[in-house]
Write a protein that binds this ligand. Sequence first.
Ligand code: ADE
Length: 246
Amino acid sequence: MVRCDIITLFPDMIRSVLGTSILRRAQEEGQLDVRVVDLRDYTSDRHRTVDDVPYGGGAGMLLKVEPIARALDALRADGEPRRWVLTSPRGRRFSHELASEWSRDSRRLTFLCGHYEGIDDRIGATAAWEEVSIGDYVITGGELAALVMVDATARLVPGVLGDPSSVQEESFVDSLLEYPQYTRPAEFRGLRVPEVLLSGHHAAIRAWRRDQALRETLRRRPDLFGRAEVTEAERRHIDAENSLSG
Ligand code: ADE
């Protein structure tokens, strides 16, 4: 079970994604519990102001610290242990490893979606935030980043995906990319499905898939390949082929 709170300026954006497909079913079946916290509920003025101009001048608006501090006070009232996540392009890069760690963490993942041109730096002092980024690019707000992280985390919870082996065999588990897959027809416009997959020979199929995963990873993501657990024999086999073809 993954528990989270998402503090956001755009609650409908979060709800629309969480109300769809696998994430919706995961909530209905009790594997995922998400509460959406509307930051504007914690403002104190008539206009429900959440942002303001930067001291010292400069372009753009910053998220104000008080509504966030109030929202956190309200969340803390339940006394639940939490892990505080601030979505930010300057954060640590999100990864399968972090999703896997979060999927096994019993604490509530508490996301604050960053916005506008930035945030008042004192927000950093309101909780023990871990800043996390989804990649080296800037998006318009932290909502999509938080949703990416919740999705990648929730799908690793046992039962969220129908077949647990689909998690075990996919890309990034073991630092390897997934092997190629095919479905019917066996031949399409002259392209045949590799014969071994039609053979019914399970050991041969496993060996072929392993070999393909190793090759694809080495070719597309040599950085990942360096981290994968590869036996000495597998390494020699791949090196030999590379020196033949290269
Ligand atoms: N907010 C804006 N860009 C982001 C990114 N790359 N990751 C997380 N949050 C963000």
